[in-house]
Design a protein around this ligand. Structure first.
Ligand SMILES: CCCCCCCCCCCCCCCCCC(=O)SCCNC(=O)CCNC(=O)[C@H](O)C(C)(C)COP(=O)(O)OP(=O)(O)OC[C@H]1O[C@@H](n2cnc3c(N)ncnc32)[C@H](O)[C@@H]1OP(=O)(O)O
Length: 434
């Protein structure tokens, strides 16, 4: 039996939990939109973004549009202190996805199980995160923003509903919660209406980075001033998140040997796969109810057409997430043999932009399993057919829960063992949060 709620509510600060369940404003201390502006329709988020940066609506005009953006260089601040500070409520936005009240928009969001496609939600979150950052950095007298704001990281998305209904209105809320010199942390919440009340579906934390008009160098963003003890706490958490990320990446298995405890896990698994009839390191035998890691993957290819570009004429981050999520879901589905449900997304790093026209190779791998849980890693890289070079652009981590208990995934090589341990680390971090 699956838990109906995989929720993080008990871990939320009480004030946030209160606002989330109240069905009104979702960010602590921030105004209810009903006091002032009305929520933005989801379809207007992207058009607003296009207007803010002056993006071309036709691919044939994209070079000229980029050329025009070059002139905005003069509007960039030389120092962060030259920019006026902002409050959390200055960037607070609410967006409505009216799946209930406007059934005509359901089709795009619908999956075959008659629930909402999570990949579409990832796209909406990405666009909203960027719009929130443009709201934070908005200068009254500037018609166009000189900043190119890109997604650097999806720190985490934790879900508390297993199923997102396709026939009830959805509300997204969010604001900038922490600011560095050129980077901004954005916290977003998604709620769905049931019987007149909004209840929480997920919480998301993204990090966006501001770049110059040509998206070549970092650019300063407005400082953020917390206004209450609650906001101080949120800001401090943003600072802690940054430190935690540095710590996690310093201890990466690509840089450091596994811990003693992890080495024991790997060795025990190795011993468990030795064939007891032959005294040899080479003859390996799959234990019962297990699958070799090399047999637990799926691959995909995406040609990156202009249609999938973002406002900076690179491939839209939300599209990359949707594609990676769907491959991850398919990998979990074929592995577990039943419908998997997403529990958490964490630590998606956007290492390099993906150019329009790229061949994008995606590789989904089951890297860790525990009871009904399947931890998936999707690696994406672009392949340059002329130079024959491969470059990693993203690594995605997804945690799924399956309807039934799944077989144990077993590494055979040292490289696979490191993937296994990395998956276990991600899984453990996710379980601590939910
Ligand atoms: C019909 C009409 C059509 C018209 C257009 C149609 C479009 C419609 C559809 C789309 C519409 C909506 C689009 C909205 C835009 C969405 C956004 C994207 O897609 S974006 C696409 C997807 N995204 C991409 O493509 C991005 C690809 N990645 C990159 O370009 C780079 O890795 C980078 C810029 C993110 C960082 O470059 P790097 O040289 O390493 O940077 P530096 O060392 O200089 O540090 C600068 C700051 O960044 C921080 N920081 C850095 N990394 C991280 C991290 N992992 N974690 C946290 N923080 C990080 C670092 O701490 C520092 O902060 P601070 O101390 O100053 O505060």
């Amino acid at each position: 039996m699956l838990p109906t709620r995989l929720c993080i509510m008990r871990k939320l600060p009480s004030v946030l939990a209160r606002t989330l369940t109240s069905g009104t404003s979702a960010s602590p201390g921030l105004p209810d939109m009903s006091e002032g502006q009305s929520p933005i329709h989801v379809n207007n988020v992207r058009s607003k973004l296009r207007d803010i940066v002056g993006a071309s609506t036709n691919w044939r005009d994209h070079v000229q549009a980029m050329q025009e953006r070059k002139a905005l260089h003069t509007l960039l601040a030389k120092r962060q202190e030259d920019l006026p500070p902002r409050r959390m409520k200055d960037s607070y936005l609410e967006v409505i996805l009216p799946l209930g009240s406007q059934p005509e928009i359901r089709e795009k969001y619908l999956n075959v199980h008659n629930s909402v496609r999570f990949g579409r939600i990832l796209e909406d979150l990405d666009s909203l995160g960027v719009l929130i950052c443009y709201t934070h950095t908005k200068q009254e007298r500037q018609q166009r923003s000189p900043l190119s704001i890109v997604t650097a990281l999806v720190d985490k998305i934790n879900l508390c509903q297993k199923i997102i209904r396709p026939d009830c209105d959805i509300k997204f809320t969010g604001n900038v919660s922490w600011v560095g010199k050129t980077s901004m942390e954005v916290r977003m919440h998604m709620l769905q209406q049931h019987d007149g009340d909004y209840s929480p579906v997920l919480d998301a934390t993204f990090v966006m980075v501001a770049r110059d008009p040509e998206n070549k160098r970092p650019a300063f963003v407005n400082p953020l001033i917390p206004e209450s003890p609650e906001e101080e706490e949120i800001f401090k958490q943003g600072e802690l998140n940054k430190l935690k990320r540095i710590e996690f990446s310093t201890a990466s298995l690509l840089k450091m040997a596994p811990t003693a405890e992890e080495r024991n896990i790997v060795h025990d698994m190795f011993l468990n796969t030795l064939d007891t009839r032959t005294v040899s390191f080479r003859s390996r035998k799959l234990p019962p109810n297990s699958v070799w890691m090399e047999d637990a993957k799926l691959k995909g290819l995406q040609i990156c057409h202009p249609e999938e570009r973002n406002i900076f004429n690179r491939i839209f981050g939300g599209f990359l997430m949707r594609k990676a999520f769907e491959l991850g879901w398919a990998t979990a589905c074929s592995y577990g043999g039943s419908r998997p449900f997403i529990v958490s997304v964490d630590d998606i790093m956007f290492q390099k932009p993906v150019e329009v026209g790229s061949l994008l190779l995606l590789s989904g791998q089951v890297c860790y399993t525990e009871k009904n849980y399947i931890q998936i890693r999707v690696h994406s890289e672009v392949y340059n057919a002329n130079t024959k070079e491969h470059h990693t652009t993203n690594i995605f981590h997804f945690t799924f829960i399956s309807e039934n208990e799944v077989p144990q995934v077993v590494p055979k090589t040292y490289g696979e063992s490191m993937l296994y341990l990395d998956g276990k680390r991600h899984f453990t971090a996710v379980m601590k949060e939910i």
